[in-house]
Design a protein around this ligand. Sequence first.
Ligand code: SF4
Ligand code: SF4
Length: 444
Amino acid sequence: MRQLHHDIYRASGKRLAGVGVPKRKNTDAVTPYKMPSPGEVILPMSMHIGKPALPAVKVGDSVCMGALVGEADGTMSSPVYASISGMVTEIPVVTLPGGRTSAAVRITSDGEERPCASLEIPYITGRDSFIKAVEKSGIVGLGGAGFPTHVKLDVEFSSADVLVVNCAECEPYITSDTCTAVNCTDEAVLGIMSVLEYLGIPRVVIGLEEGNVHMLMAAQKIAKEVPNAELSLLRDYYPQGAERVLIYHTVGRVVKMGQLPIHAGVIVVNISTAAELGRYLKTGVPMLTRCVTVDGGAVRERRNVTVPVGTKVRDLINFCGGLCERPKVLLFGGPMMGVEADSFETPVSKNTNAILTLTAEEMNLSAPSNCIRCGSCLAACPYSIDPAAIGRALKRKNAESVSAHRVDACMECGCCSYVCPAKLPLAENNRRAKIFLKEVRNNG
Ligand code: SF4
Ligand code: SF4
């Protein structure tokens, strides 16, 4: 392990903007509970960025755990596997958090948890067979984005010279990455070492927030096992875990707008993704479960739970003692970037890192008022975007002005909305402005 170093702003005096948010990490010291197979799972074909998978089973089929139920549709897609054994009872269209719809496969459990006998530990001889194995594993970015991992790693040998491991779990409440890092250290080491070896990357930096003691202990353990691994301790601040922000603060490189981290010679892998990858390489069992933080004032027992993918929120919450009051909002993800779900029937996806049952008090809701042009939103934005100006341009339906204010660069992190004294939903406005701009561009 190389010496612990602090992030680049400490050395240079520079850092990107952002906000301090209350951490509310209620579950960070907890070993995950393992949820037994629920009575049924609903596996959406769209649990990743890119083309949805195509259902590969029909109603009445009997499936074992690990059986392929959704075939990847091209490269920018990811296969889906049965997370329980039982019978396919429906191929419905389901509504996902945020209102998108997706075809899905409903499996009713036979209660037997029968694993597929045909699953094999992947035989890897080099970069190409490694990428193929990652593709077959069905692993996608588990930090929330859901980007297919094989696509992210499918770069020319040695074209990246640094791997950044994202351990900066910066959103309030969420501790599933910490929980995974603490409890699956060996798997995380194997995942990281494999990426370094098969992609020919000479350097690895593990970025984490300095206040996350449990993550720090896990990261130190990992760094002992991974030769020359560097730890980069970052200030507790949001959005430290956003890819571009993390790259800048850990290795001091700028990823220009419209470019990917690989253009700056960097690959970023979330710690949970690394651990899932290591687990797959060790066992040959594709992605069937994930660790989810269940929190918020409306749930009785706040926990991290290892849960079969496709488990309905209702079943997960019941496993956590049920509700003590009706939540004001049911969120998939954290309070800053999470997406609202309108039903407890919504299933846990591969990229669901948290389910939050937030009360009205926790949401601190108040009615928006007029912009007072204080400039706080601009000052809080890591990318120096002016969301107030975008809002005004959107009101005038002035596409040129919306574009000129760089709405395309907005990562919808919510820092601007968080600091706005007028309680304006600025990140949400930006989302709408992007849709408006897309429509204008499509119409020529
Ligand atoms: S939501 Fe967009 S505009 Fe607002 S702070 Fe984040 S990146 Fe900047
Ligand atoms: S923070 Fe809110 S009130 Fe202040 S300039 Fe931005 S939008 Fe206006």
